[in-house]
Ligand binder design. Structure first.
Ligand code: SF4
Length: 597
């Protein structure tokens, strides 16, 4: 308990820092022992139920030992396409255990996990918070041999470290950036501090006006006008306000924020400082997904540099009285925390359950104070808008969708990676650019987006046509779209639902069961209609996760209905798939009875 007490003291026994406290305890002990729960709760002035509801919510707060070496192998659709199953089998054979278990000697634990933001270099796994990419059965044998020999995980790499800052002393990761196309906004040269110094020579209203004139819209997917959000928050009653950066990119197929956080962290932090100046906030919080823990020292160093250069901190950017501090808040593995109100709950040390709205965060956000939450790419774009002007920015892209978009492209193409393009690129343009051939379908916008076929490849990226948070997964004609893609996405939504709404808790299961019935050859035409009809009920869910959880089903029926029709029985109106003879076979064999025919 002494160690735990020190950890709690480090956070001044502040219950709103529960995520950090649990993370530190896990790091210290490898898991969070059950017998500590009451003691931690008492020390923080929480009920045990309050503590355990947070503890049990997150994927990376294990309550049992997970092994000296804990392997979290990504089970996203792209990982499966790139050979995950062979990698999984080899891990199981070499470790002598099935996934979901720890070896009897406590040395190796094997676990599945949702997308870890490495779709451009799958199959990938997190082992004791370090990333291993491009796994093969051969490589897995080497890794398990190293584990058996007791090697530290950071000495298990065989490949060179990745490019750019991945290769720096503070990261030392084999992850590769795969920056395939540098565009005019994010990769426009940046001198840290130059733009915030320009911003503070303007009034906060002028900064907000400039962002409004640029027509910048949130790059996380929802597309809400950034300047308007800032204006609402700036008009909230004076007092403490917060700027949040949402770096919890958990949508399978998305990894662009990973690259920004690796290569452009100072640009991002400067964007947060400009936002702070504009709305009158003194504190900013970068909420980042646990999967990017390997970047922590690198990000902390970037903040230290900015403090040392007086770009953030007290009298920031040389302006007396302008204070802006930034801290980093790690999540612990929950996709729903990408939803802004769930993110705030999590940052306050609670379950990541979306809030009812109104009130909106701009009025009542973090700790019930006015708060803006912006995406990583959005905040980086703000710096360039203030630096180069809104006219420059809005000259890029299209009328409705100004500027550029950073895309994470993965799947069946020669050059997976990140591409900064002006809005207005068509899917055809993109397929050519990334070296994709024989393309059957593209998942635009991750599982909550749309599965589109060739007839829609002429559609253009933009809010006026095909809006996207930036993930494009490409499937060639060898892929079984229903088995490989739609089923995987439904399993993802089932796993990631917070369980608060009955619609979101139940419907994805029911839809998945019906899809499996069709895939087994037991479906009829009515089942396809049921899938479409029942999907509508999900729209009544509280947050975007539930509201979009049926999109894999509805968009695949809309664009690939023939795949469903090929599998259903056309000559029957109703078929349950239930066989009495098969159901009683085992008991008949055990009792020696013959079923009545
Ligand atoms: Fe939770 Fe799903 Fe409801 Fe969102 S829609 S609040 S994830 S149960």
């Amino acid at each position: 308990m002494e160690t735990v007490k020190k950890i709690i003291d480090k956070y001044n026994a502040d219950p709103t820092r529960l995520m950090d406290i649990l993370t530190d305890i896990r790091n210290e002990k490898g898991y969070i022992p059950h017998e500590l729960n009451q003691k931690i709760a008492n020390a923080l002035g929480l009920s045990r139920a309050d503590l355990e509801q947070t503890l049990s919510f997150y994927h990376f707060f294990p309550q049992k030992p997970t092994g000296k070496y804990t392997v979290y192998l990504n089970n996203s659709v792209v990982a499966n396409m790139m050979g995950r199953d062979q990698v999984r089998k080899t891990f199981e054979e070499e470790a002598g255990i099935k996934f979901g278990n720890v070896s009897t000697d406590g040395s190796i634990g094997l676990f599945n996990t949702s997308c870890i933001g490495m779709s451009d270099q799958e199959p990938a796994a997190i082992i004791n918070e370090l990333i291993f990419i491009n796994l093969t059965p051969f490589r897995v044998k080497e890794i398990v041999r190293d584990m058996r020999a007791g090697k530290p995980v950071d000495q298990m790499f065989r490949a060179n470290f990745g490019d750019g800052s991945n290769n720096s002393d503070l990261v030392k990761s084999v992850v590769t950036n795969h920056i395939r196309r540098k565009g005019p906004v994010l990769w426009d040269p940046h001198t840290p501090g130059e733009t915030i110094r320009k911003a503070v020579r303007m009034t906060p209203e002028q900064v907000i006006d400039e962002v409004k004139r640029s027509n910048l819209r949130g790059r996380g997917g929802a597309g809400f006008p950034t300047g308007l959000k800032w204006e609402f928050c700036s008009k909230s009653p004076a007092g403490e306000k917060f700027v949040f950066c949402n770096a919890d990119e958990g949508e399978p197929g998305t990894f662009k924020d990973r690259v920004i956080l690796t290569e452009l962290p100072k640009l991002l932090f400067e964007g947060m400082a400009i936002a702070g100046y504009a709305i009158g906030a003194t504190n900013g919080i970068l909420y980042i997904r646990h999967e990017y823990k390997y970047l922590q020292k690198h990000l902390e160093k970037a903040l230290d540099d900015l403090r040392a250069e007086n770009i953030i901190g007290n009298d920031a950017a040389g302006i007396k009285g302008f204070t802006f501090n930034i801290r980093i808040q790690y999540g612990a593995g929950a996709y729903v925390c990408g939803e802004e109100s769930a993110l705030l709950e999590s940052a306050e040390g609670k379950r990541g359950e979306p809030r009812d709205r109104p009130p909106f965060p701009v009025d009542k956000g973090y700790m019930e104070k006015p708060t803006i939450i912006n995406n990583v790419e959005t905040l980086c774009s703000v710096v360039k808008i203030i630096k180069n002007g809104s006219d420059w920015y809005s000259s890029l892209g299209t009328r409705e969708s100004t500027g550029t978009k950073l895309l994470s492209i993965s799947g069946d193409c020669r050059f997976p990676g990140v591409y900064e393009v002006e809005w207005g690129f068509s899917i055809y343009d993109i397929l050519q650019m990334v070296g994709a051939t024989d393309t059957q379908a593209v998942q635009a916008g991750g599982p909550s987006g749309a599965l589109i076929g060739p007839i829609e490849f002429k559609r253009k990226l933009g809010y006026e046509d095909l809006a996207t948070g930036g993930s494009l997964i490409i499937f060639n004609k060898t892929r079984e779209l229903l088995e490989d893609v739609v089923l995987n996405f439904m399993e993802f939504f089932i796993e990631e639902s917070c369980g608060s709404c009955s619609t979101c808790r139940n419907l994805p299961y029911i839809l998945k069961n019906k899809l499996e019935k069709i895939l087994r050859g037991n479906g009829v035409m009515q089942d396809i209609d049921d899938l479409q009809e029942w999907s509508k009920i999900l729209k009544f869910s509280r947050c975007g996760l539930g509201q979009t959880a049926a999109n894999p089903i509805t968009t695949s029926i809309k664009n690939f209905r023939y795949l469903y029709e090929e599998k259903v029985q056309k000559d029957k109106e109703f078929y349950t798939g239930f066989s009495l003879a098969s159901a009683v076979k085992e008991s008949c064999e055990a009792t020696g009875r013959n079923p009545i025919s």
